[in-house]
Design a protein around this ligand. Structure first.
Ligand SMILES: [Fe+2]
Length: 160
């Protein structure tokens, strides 16, 4: 995993900045026999009941429109849990002061973006990622896009 502020004028970002917004990161072993018991612990501890594997590749039908759904800032009412089996991806995650923390994940990275935290996702130039996903309830994993008016309201609330 690589972490940095998208705004290059800021000091280096790190795991502590992710922890402050409730993001969990761990590195798990690569083979299913080794990573599954650790995912099972996470499922028990956090109440995830569903597990699947998703793969995006350069030849995935509709790749552009699939990626476009997650490129705009959004949140989910369920955690977004991704354990990377192959390839890589980029999450931009909102910090406590509404800046972007850019997180590049690769094989072995487990990332949990908590429910209700704004973020967005991109593939890298390789256009390939294969991940295990965990859900509490797959119906909760729908993107809710952030509107400019929401941001203005949130900023006003932060000032109060
Ligand atoms: Fe998302």
């Amino acid at each position: 995993m690589k972490v940095h502020w998208l705004d290059s004028d800021r000091a280096p970002a790190g795991v502590e900045d992710l922890r402050q917004v409730g993001v969990l990161h761990e590195v798990l072993p690569a083979t299913p026999d080794d990573y599954q018991p650790q995912l099972d612990v996470l499922k028990r501890e956090r109440g995830y009941v569903e597990q699947d594997i998703v793969e995006l590749r350069p030849d995935t039908v509709g790749l552009e429109s699939i990626c476009a759904k997650f490129a705009d800032e959004h949140l989910h009412t369920d955690d977004e849990v991704r354990y990377v089996l192959e390839g890589e991806g980029v999450f931009d995650i909102r910090s406590t002061d509404d800046a972007w923390i850019r997180v590049t994940v690769e094989r072995g990275d487990l990332l949990v973006v908590p429910a209700n935290l704004h973020h967005r996702f991109f593939l890298t130039e390789r256009k390939h990622i294969r991940c295990v996903r965990l859900f509490k309830d797959s119906s909760g994993w729908v993107p809710h896009y952030r509107q400019p008016s929401d941001r203005a309201k949130e900023r006003a609330n932060q000032r109060v």
